[in-house]
Design a protein around this ligand. Structure first.
Ligand code: HCR
Length: 421
């Protein structure tokens, strides 16, 4: 069978696909040798931008009209645009074509450091700590931690996919929390829905959909609206982001203080007020020029057996070789080992202990994440385990009764003896 006909029969086979990505069987040439867990590394790629709000401390000697909190939110938005470009676009190969990642196993981890290439080493060391905290449906938890700047980004994401006529649609569960502890400022970031375009042509690329939110503990908030080619503009990856003083003002778009518009994978502009004003616009940011810090990962020989690249090495090598029989054999070995482990746990009446993350139940009175919960309340976002960015009171909220969220436990990570960045 040639490439085109294999691709066509794959598309036909997923036409009615609905649910967990792991059950999707794909031909070898669209398999990625990377575990889906690794995809969360891009939260930390643009380290300097992530840490930039820490440098906004006063009016820098200039008389400024805008509040310090608003300027910090604008800095967070620049980082957010850079990170979504890293996560959904610039990560892929030269053709920007997406491949199916490996399905992480429960307990799989990926740790690394982002290099501080600045001449004066002003950034300090930034650690990346990823852990697969759930296998079915899959949930990856992530933390990007910079001790020098007392800054932590933590969160989790779980993807659910379903097919429509021509594209694969993905809803994300989870969110990110960004803590600038020296500033006493926190941010809640929701994860946008997305779909894969170009499936029929055989070169799938990501387009973000609908809305996502950034809520600051200073009350300022940002509402992003995504559109593909042809709706806001003729360009792919188009978006509009309106900035408001608080959630209540965001209920009427005419209250917007600023509108940022353009491409999240390229250039965007800012204008005052609620509309994308092409005449009075100023250039805001160019994600494609954002500096990506180098990720330093230990050699495989020094890795623990639960670390992604070591655990998946044989499968990854067989994918690179394009040897389908070997891929199936090596993957089955990992899957069988995992099945055996679960059986043993069940027999003993125990469950897998998550290494560095705790599941915090927001419905418990004495839970330890009051700061995170406050942000959800400020943004009027649902705290339930529903797709990210669902508003409180929405009919979609009824699909879940639980409010459990994965949070990074720095003490556990610092006490870790066997796995180091
Ligand atoms: C949709 C996707 C898997 C999920 C990936 C996520 C949503 C994972 C969490 C990260 O923080 C952000 C992220 C970025 C990726 O762009 C997104 C992937 C893009 C493609 C991949 C599909 C499962 C690939 C399917 C391949 C086809 C050919 C069936």
């Amino acid at each position: 069978m040639n490439y085109a006909s294999t691709w066509a029969s794959f598309i036909a086979s997923i036409a009615s696909y609905n649910g967990d990505l792991s059950s999707l069987t794909a031909p070898p040439f669209i398999l990625s040798p990377k575990s889906l867990l690794e995809y969360s590394q891009y939260w930390g790629t643009n380290t300097e931008l992530l840490l930039a709000p820490n440098t906004i401390k006063d009016d820098d000697g200039k008389k400024r009209k805008s509040s310090i909190h608003l300027r910090r939110l604008l800095a967070v938005i620049k980082w957010y645009l850079a990170t979504i470009n890293s996560q959904y676009a610039s990560r892929t190969d030269s053709k920007h074509s997406e491949k199916k990642p490996l399905n992480p196993f429960l307990g799989e981890v990926f740790v690394a450091k982002f290099a501080d290439d600045t001449q004066d080493h002003r950034l300090g060391e930034t650690k990346l700590v990823l852990e697969q905290v759930q296998h079915h449906p899959p949930i990856s938890a992530y933390a990007v931690w910079n001790e020098k700047q007392n800054t932590l980004l933590e969160g989790y994401s779980g993807v659910r996919a379903f097919m429509s006529a021509t594209s694969l649609n993905v809803r994300q569960h989870g969110h990110a929390l960004l803590h600038y502890r020296n500033l006493g400022e926190d941010y809640l970031i929701t994860l946008p829905p997305l779909h894969l375009e170009g499936l029929i042509k055989g070169s799938p690329t990501v387009e973000l959909d609908q809305k996502s939110y950034i809520q600051s503990s200073s009350k300022y908030c940002a509402v992003f609206e995504y559109s593909g080619r042809g709706y806001f503009s003729g360009k792919s990856n188009s978006f509009k982001c309106r900035i408001y003083r608080n959630h209540e003002e965001s209920l009427n778009k005419y209250n917007a203080l600023y509108t940022i518009f353009g491409q999240w994978s390229g250039v965007c502009f800012i204008s005052k007020g609620s509309e994308a004003d092409s005449e009075k616009r100023k250039r805001f940011f160019d994600s494609s020029k954002a500096v990506a810090q180098k990720l330093i990962v230990k050699p495989i020989s020094e890795q623990h057996e639960l670390e992604s690249r070591r655990a998946w090495k044989k499968v990854a090598d067989s994918i690179v070789q394009g040897d389908y029989k070997l891929i199936t054999k090596e993957k089955s070995q990992i899957e069988n080992e995992q099945r055996e482990l679960r059986k043993k746990e069940e027999a003993k009446g125990v469950t897998w202990t998550r290494r560095w993350y705790d599941e915090i139940d927001y419905s418990a009175k004495d839970h330890t994440d009051k700061a995170g919960m406050k942000l959800f309340k400020m943004a009027h976002l649902s705290m339930k385990n529903v797709p990210s960015g669902i508003l409180e009171g929405s009919s979609k909220e009824k699909s879940s009764k639980t409010m459990k969220h994965w949070r990074f436990n720095l003490e556990k990570f610092n006490a870790e003896k066997d796995i180091k960045c």
